[in-house]
Design a protein. Structure first.
Length: 222
């Protein structure tokens, strides 16, 4: 991942509309979860199913991919859909590296160049919608899917979510999971909850990864 903060800017400007100048945020919907365990520096969460609108983008940099992705997804929730329905912005905005083999079969990366990488961007949909009731995207590149119930390891941090900070926190979480013998079952992603005008010390950023939970117990051989 490269320069995540830069290409998140367009949608974070939208998110900032839900924050007061002092940094005090108004209520913005996010997927419900239950904290089932707290570890050294991170927590284990149980998420119930929720729906996301995803977009895979091929580009030679995340900065290039991000601007295109956010324009498409933001347009969708603000009325660029078959029903012309305007939906509310939710949090978090998730950014991750896509599985290239899977993503190359999608419509969006079909024009990928040889030196391109694939990036995935996701907006969480409001809980009031179902797969059947969500407005139909006009842009065929948008993928609507339901994320099944799952357990997630989450490491929360404030301040900057730029590349160096994200890499450091991702490594921290990976090492902690290894020490606790917890197995990740997905790629890591960055979740951001605040607009760019929120003071850094009040920002909520998270490194997230799906995990196998509860961890398998091993029996020492004699």
């Amino acid at each position: 991942m490269n320069r995540l903060a830069r290409h998140l800017t367009p949608v974070l400007v939208i998110l900032s509309c839900g924050a007061l100048p002092t940094g005090e945020a108004v209520a913005i919907e996010e997927p419900p979860y239950t904290v089932v365990d707290k570890r050294n520096g991170y927590e284990i969460r149980r998420y119930e199913p929720y729906i996301v609108a995803e977009l895979d983008v091929a580009a030679n940099s995340e900065r290039e991919a991000g601007g295109n992705a956010f324009r498409v997804l933001a347009a969708y929730i603000f009325g660029d859909n078959r029903q012309r329905t305007k939906m509310a912005m939710t949090v978090p905005v998730e950014t991750s590296a896509a599985d290239t083999a899977v993503a190359m079969s999608m419509t969006a990366p079909a024009e990928a160049r040889a030196d391109d990488s694939i990036f995935t961007y996701a907006f969480v949909m409001e809980r009031k919608y179902t797969l059947d009731s969500l407005p139909e995207p006009l842009d065929s590149r948008i993928r609507i899917r339901e994320r099944s119930a799952r357990h997630v390891a989450a490491l929360r941090f404030s301040g900057s979510a730029r590349q160096a900070a994200y890499d450091r926190r991702r490594t921290e979480l990976a090492l902690a999971l290894r020490a606790d013998r917890i197995t990740p079952v997905s790629g890591y992603s960055l979740a951001r909850y605040n607009g760019p005008y929120t003071p850094p010390f009040l920002r909520r950023n998270e490194v997230l990864v799906d995990i196998d939970w509860p961890p398998q117990k091993t029996t020492a051989s004699r």
